[in-house]
Design a protein around this ligand. Sequence first.
Ligand code: C2E
Ligand code: MG
Ligand code: MG
Length: 724
Amino acid sequence: MVIPGEQPFLARTAETAAAGDVCRILVVDDDASLRRTLPLVLAREGRVFAESGTIAEAITLLEREHYDLILLDYRLPDATGLDLLDWLTSHHRKEAVIIISGEDAIDAAIGALRRGADDYVRKPYHVAQLQRAVDSTLHKTTLERANQTMSQRLQASERLHRFLVESSPDLIFTLDLEGRFSYINPRVHPLLGHERASLMRRPFSTLVMPEDIDRINSVMFARGNAPGETFNIELRLRRNRESVAEGGSESITVSLTGIPMPDRDGRGTTGLYGVARDISERKRAEEIITFQAYHDQLTRLPNRVLFKDRLELALAQAQRRTGALAVMFIDVDRFKLVNDTFGHAEGDALLRGIAARLSTTLRRGDTLARLGGDEFTVLLPDINHPEDVETIARKIVEALTPPFRLEHGDFRATVSIGISLFPRDGDTAEDLTRHADVAMYQVKRSGKNAFRFFDPELNTHYRERIALENDLRIALGRREFELYYQPQVSLRERRVVGMEALLRWNHPTHGQIGPTTFIPVAEEMGLIGEISTWVLEQACSQLAQWRHAGFNDLRMSLNLSPHDFDRKDVVSIVTNCVERYCLPPSRIELEITESMMMQDTAGVAAKVRALRDAGLSVAIDDFGTGYSALAYLQKFPVSTLKIDRSFVRDLDGPSTNPIISAITGIARGFGLQLIAEGVERPEQVETLRALGCDVMQGYLFAHPAPAGKASAWLSQAPDTPMLC
Ligand code: C2E
Ligand code: MG
Ligand code: MG
C-alpha cells in the first residue's frame, strides 16, 4: 500500500540533512582576484566554494548541482546578474542570492531584490559588511528551510493521519460538547448509507436505534466523564431508508469505544472521540450458534434444553400468580416402522411434517419442542381448566388425521399423548416431563393413538418398568433365562409328537417371570434378537439331546417374535443353527403370529418361503384371534395352524364352536396340520377329535416344565394317564 505523502516526506528529510552538513557557495564574478579572495574572507567550517567568471559557466555549474548561496556580480561579460536571477526563478531554484555590484543607482538594487535576490551589497564594500550579509542570508535560508521541512512534515503527517482515519474500516467520529457530529469519516456511507455532510452538526442520537437511545445517553453523556475515561458499549446504529429498501437489516450492531477529548490544559473535555466497529457478522454468527444450541436441526423447533428452560420460567411465573400449566409428551406411533422400512430420509420428512402440523394446533406463547427421535413435548403455560388441555390434545389428534404424503406413498401417522399438570402432578420441570412421559407410555400400552392425563398410580408401574428394563438388559449374561417345554400329544399315535419351547425368566428377586410380561419389553428395547438366538440355540441343543436318546420323531416348536423377521439374516441364523446340531429341518417348527402377516413390510412372506424351502415347518400361533384373512394363507406357505386356546376354552360339544369347525375346514382345504392349544378338559379332547383335530397341547396333558421333567414324558408308555 502506498500512503500518499509518505514518500516525498521521507525524501525531503534526507535532502535537508545533507544540506545541513555542507554549505555550498558559488561566486560568480568576472574579477578573477575577487573570485580568489572571497572564499578566503568568507571561509567557515562546512563552507565549500565554487566559482565562475561568466553567467553561462555559472548556469552549467548550477545545472550540475545545487548551492545554498550565490554571490553574484551585477555585470558580467556575457550577461547581467539579473539574467541569472530570471534563470533561477524560471527553473524554480531555491538558491539564495546576494548581488555584489558596483552600480550606484538604487533602481538596480530594487530591481535585483524584486527579481528574487535576497540581499544587495554595493562595491566597494567592507569585508565585515559582506560577511554579515552572507551570514544573515545563510541563516535566513536555514530558517526558511527548517520551516519548510517542518511544514512539509506536518502536511505529510496530516495526510497520513487523515488517510488512517478516512480509510479505516471502522466508523470514526468526533462529537462536540452538545453531542453533535463535528467530524465523521467516510465509512459512514458504505456502512449506514448516510452522506457525511448530512450528519455534520446533527446529534449522535440521529444514528442510534430508538431502543438504544436511553442506554447510550446514560453512558455517553454521564456527568463526570473525565477526559481520558474510555467507555465501551454495544449498540445498534440505523441504516438510512434507501439502504434498508435495497435490502438488509434496519440497523447494524456496533461495538463503540468512546474517549472524551481533553482540552488544552487537560482539565475539561472538548467533546468525544468515538470508534464504532461493525460487529453485525459476529452477532449473527453468535445468534446462529445460540440457535443451534437451543434448537433441533431437523425441525427447527426448540430442543430439550430450551424446552426445559422455558418450562422452568413458566413454572416460576405460574407459582407467582398461582396459575396452572400443562406439559404434553407426544410420541409418534410406529415411527420406527417408517424409518426401518422407507429409510431415514422418509423418516425425517415425516417428522418435519408432523412438527408442522403440531405447530398449527398451538397458540402463541405455547412451546412445541422436539426432544429427539420421534418424541415431542408441548408446554401450555396458561391453563384454566384441564379441559383446555383436552381440547388441544384432541386438536392434535385431528390435525394428524389426514395422511402424510411420503415418497413411498401416503402414511397415516398417529401419536400417543401423555399430559401432566402443574401443580397437581409436580412442581419441577423434571417431574412434569417425566409424568407426562409415564402417561404417554400408558397410552402406548393400551392401543396408542390417544391421550391421557397422568395418574399417580402410573408412576409405580413406570418405576417397575424401568427396573424391569434394567434387569432384562443383564439377564442373558447372568444366565437367568430357562426354557420350559410343553408336550404336543397325538391322540391317534398315543405319544408325544412335539415339544413347544416356552421361555421363562428366573429373576433373582421376583422369582419366575412369564414371557407375556417381559417379551414385549424386550421387543421394545431391541433385545429380542439376542433372546431369540439364545432360545433357538437352546431348543436345538435340547432336541439334539432327545434325538440322541432315541426320540427321532420328535418335533421342536419355538416361538419367534415379529421383530425377528425385521432382521435380514433371520433365515440364515435359523438354518445355520439347525445345521450345526445336525437336525433334520422338518423337525423344527417356528411359530409366528397372524399379525405379522398383515404387514408384509419387511418381506416376511419371502422369509417364510425361504424357511419353508429350507425344509423347516412354520406354524401360525394363536390362529383365529387376529385377522384370519384366508388370502394370506395362500401367500405364506405355512405348514401348521395352532387353534388359539380362547376357542378351545369355550368348547362344549361338536357344534358349539363354529369357528373351530371353520378352522378345521380351512386346514383341510389348505392341507395344513392342526394343533389345538389350551386343552384343559377331557370333553374338549373329545370335541376336537370329533372335529378332526388330532394333535393337542394343554394343561390336561402337562404344564410346561423344565427339560428334565419333559424328558420323563417322552419315556412314558403309551397307556400312561397323560396320554389316555
Ligand atoms: P403361546 O406360544 O401361545 O404359548 C402358549 C401359552 O399357553 C404358554 O404360555 C403356555 O404356558 C400356555 N398354556 C399351555 N397350555 C395351557 C392351558 O391348558 N391353559 C392355559 N390357560 N394356558 C396354557 P406362556 O409360556 O406364558 O407363553 C406365553 C406366550 O409367550 C406364548 O404364547 C408365546 O407367544 C410367548 N413366548 C413364549 N416363549 C417365547 C419365546 O421363546 N420367544 C418368543 N418370541 N415368544 C415366546
Ligand atoms: Mg407358541
Ligand atoms: Mg399360542
